[in-house]
Design a protein around this ligand. Structure first.
Ligand code: DGL
Length: 272
């Protein structure tokens, strides 16, 4: 049975890897008292070049693991898992699901040149979700869809500011700028950790937008609480888990989270 939203204490959140930490950070800022369980499916990342069946099966397994660990709501902090698996998860799970989509609608509202670029994984770029968003909100705007194979892996390796990553980003972004894109959508939660490199390449006049703040607002609305109320409650905690190597994760999580964290191995990383 699901709880009334005002009684919810524990949110489960997952991504194929560390990208969803960008979403967790945004939600944590607004929810000082909620407990979070975060699972990075790093042992099976990236999702973005895999089959729909693979992504659905991983998303289902990780969502069940979160529920087993006590999650009362699940946030899918992964554009690819949302695009491919959210309908099935909503149809099969007993807990509410909050998900995120590339921020194409706000980008269309912002662009002056009427050209926007969308950076995302291959699976997200070719998904029905992106096709729907373009059809629904893209009228009169040229939407340049740019798949970024290999970029998630760079973030998973912690190569946020390496020369190789910067050069690769230039290859992806310069053609969009040459076509006068003045707004770039980061349609993958991993890319949020590359935002400053992307802004440097694109220049200060290009808008770079992503969905983490919108997901945080949506979560807030769903839980029907405001920050002022939750400030009187005990501070919540975060439990971090991975299906990959906890030793590797520990360093990267701490770097991206901004303070040292302990990362546990997920007990049942492999789907039955
Ligand atoms: N952070 C995931 C997303 O938002 C990355 C997917 C992947 O592993 O390729 O799409």
């Amino acid at each position: 049975m699901t709880h009334p939203s005002s009684l919810i204490r524990t949110i489960g959140i997952f991504d194929s890897g560390v990208g969803g930490l960008s979403v967790l950070k945004a939600i944590r800022k607004k929810h000082p008292s909620i407990n979070f369980i975060y699972i990075a499916d790093s042992g099976y990342a990236p999702y973005g070049s895999r089959s729909a069946e693979f992504i659905e099966s991983r998303a289902s397994h990780i969502a069940h693991s979160l529920i087993d660990a006590g999650a009362e709501v699940i946030v899918i902090a992964c554009n690819t898992a949302t695009a491919i698996a959210v309908a099935k998860l909503r149809a099969t799970l007993t807990v509410p699901i909050i998900a995120l989509e590339p921020a194409i609608k706000p980008a269309v509202a912002l662009t002056k040149t009427k050209v926007i670029g969308v950076l995302a994984t291959e699976r997200t770029i070719e998904s029905q979700t992106v096709a729907r968003l373009c059809a629904e909100f893209g009228h009169g705007v040229n939407i340049l869809l740019q798949p970024c194979p290999g970029l998630v892996e760079r973030v998973e390796r912690g190569e946020l500011s390496s020369d190789g990553t910067y050069e690769y980003l230039r290859k992806l972004i310069c053609p969009l700028l040459a076509q006068h894109a003045d707004t770039l959508v980061l349609g993958c939660t991993h890319y949020v950790f590359l935002k400053s490199a992307i802004q440097k390449i694109a220049g200060p006049d290009v808008h770079i937008i992503e969905s983490s703040a919108a997901v945080a607002r949506q979560t807030m609305r769903y839980l029907n609480i405001d920050k002022a109320n939750s400030l009187n409650e005990p501070t919540g905690n975060e439990v971090f888990m991975t299906t990959g190597s906890p030793e590797h994760a520990q360093t990267l999580f701490s770097q991206l989270w901004g303070s040292p964290v302990k990362v546990l191995a997920l007990d049942n990383p492999v789907a039955p």
